[in-house]
Design a protein around this ligand. Structure first.
Ligand code: GRF
Length: 202
């Protein structure tokens, strides 16, 4: 198992995935993960750091500064409602020998239903099943390599709201499992390289 692994979790909404990840993290380490939200209305504010959005450039510069100071190995996006720029992604990767260590959880069987309201899209398309994907993050939305996917039936008898809330529990479990696999080195980690410079590439 990795001796230490520093994870940052970004969330903008209800934060069920972020809280599940916090729990999985604390099962392994006593150090706190870095929990960041851009939304003053998110329940995550109570537990994490609020970085209100002013403009993209300043926001990402602030995020990078905090990630760098914390020698962050992984970023796990958990309902984070902003698209990370190519520059942000390449800067973060440059601290880990260009390994892509930013993940996102998305509520569909990608490449189906990218973007917002993916459960609703599957529901309204009369699909018999949908699922959840955890994938690496690139500058194109919901398009990076898929690490894991699980399909499940759409239970129409319970209604859309209830279906979303039950599906979120599946998401929470899946994302916790992914984090455990990182800690157990079943998913390879390139550690933050001591001595790298903060400056963004080109
Ligand atoms: C989840 O459905 C996640 O897959 C998507 O945004 C939603 C966030 O939910 N990316 P929560 O804030 O974690 O409860």
């Amino acid at each position: 198992m990795l001796n230490t692994c520093r994870v940052a979790i970004f969330a903008s909404g209800a934060g069920t995935n972020a809280l599940a990840l916090m729990k999985a993290y604390q099962d392994f380490y006593s150090v706190e993960p870095l929990l960041i939200t851009d939304n003053p209305g998110s329940p995550i504010c109570k537990e994490g750091i609020l970085i209100p959005f002013v403009n993209k450039e300043e926001h990402e510069a602030t995020l990078l500064r905090i990630l760098f100071e914390n020698k962050t190995d992984w970023i796990l996006l958990a309902g984070y409602m902003r698209i990370l720029s190519a520059k942000f992604i390449s800067t973060f990767s440059s601290w880990h020998k260009n390994a892509n260590q930013i993940l996102n959880i998305h509520p569909s069987l990608l490449p189906k239903y990218k973007g917002k309201d993916a459960y609703r899209q599957a529901w309204e398309s009369k699909d018999s099943h949908t699922g959840v994907s955890v994938h690496r993050v690139t500058e194109s939305i919901d398009s990076g390599d898929i690490l894991v996917q699980i399909p499940f039936l759409i239970r129409r008898e319970i209604g859309l709201e209830q279906f979303i809330s039950e599906s979120k529990k599946i998401e929470n479990d899946l994302y916790m499992q992914v984090l455990r696999r990182i800690f157990q080195e079943e998913i390879a980690t390139t550690k933050f390289q001591e001595g790298v410079s903060f400056a963004a590439p080109g």
